[in-house]
Every structure is written in structure tokens, then in C-alpha cells.
Design a protein around this ligand. Sequence first.
Ligand SMILES: [Zn+2]
Ligand SMILES: [Zn+2]
Length: 159
Amino acid sequence: MPPTGIQDSLRGRGVRLTRQRRILLDLIDGSGLHLDAESLYQLAKEKDPKLNRVTVYRSLKLFKEGGLVDELDLMHHSGDQHYYETRLKQEHAHVICLRCGRIEEYFGEPLREMRRQVELDLGFEVQLTRTEIGGYCPHCKALRAQETKVGQAVPPAAN
Ligand SMILES: [Zn+2]
Ligand SMILES: [Zn+2]
């Protein structure tokens, strides 16, 4: 099933798309990023200086309740803010670097397989899944290996 436009999706859910809400949705949907409320506000302000934080928070709540956006905590890698992305994307897992905070998305059959297994084994009708994997990205992995080596290379203190 091809993903439908966010506007159709909104209309279908009876959410009125005001100009400011459209700016916010376009940013969440179009940036391809996982934005927190503050970054979203900063970006939105550039498009409409009259847009304020209250509107951002209210709209996020509305989008969330309408099932349009997912709220993620991404392992709280940089504090306790939440991140937002639209639900129109294909199911994916978030892979977070615990050192630099880089976020990758993993799309793959195993995710759908896990959903099927949960439905089969536990008898649930799965409505949403959220998969997060924490680790070290290739860059940080290399840095960590170097750090360990340097640590080991330190000669024992002479007596
Ligand atoms: Zn990293
Ligand atoms: Zn994502």
C-alpha cells in the first residue's frame, strides 16, 4: 500500500489543517529528521515569525492523538526531550549512537516478522511498535577502539 499524503490522512481524521499546523507537519514530514519540540519551533519560526511555542506543543499533541506523528524518546541520548516523526513512513527501528547521538533508521523484514510473531504467540492485535537499539556508530566505535589501545599502550610506571 503506497503511503498517502499527510493532508489526506489529516482530512480523514477530521483534523483541520491550519496554515501553522501545515508548516509544522511539513517540517516533521519533510525534514527526514527526528526533531524535538524546540528544534521544530526554531525551524517553524523561520517560516512564520508569529508561530509560538504554545502552538507547537498544542499541535504536536493533536498530531499525536490523531495518530499522525509518533513520539520517540530515542533512549534519551541527549536529555529528556522527545522527538517526532510522521507515521506515514514505513515501519522502522531507530538505532542510536550512545556516544554522538547519531540516529539511523533500520527498515527490514525482521520488524514485520516480530510483529507477526507477537500476534501469533501472544494473541495481540498489534497497533504500534517502537523499536530502539543503542550502540556505537562506526565512527565512535573506531574512536573507542583507539582510546582503549592508547590506554593499554601506557607503560607501567617505573618503580
Ligand atoms: Zn557515534
Ligand atoms: Zn524514524
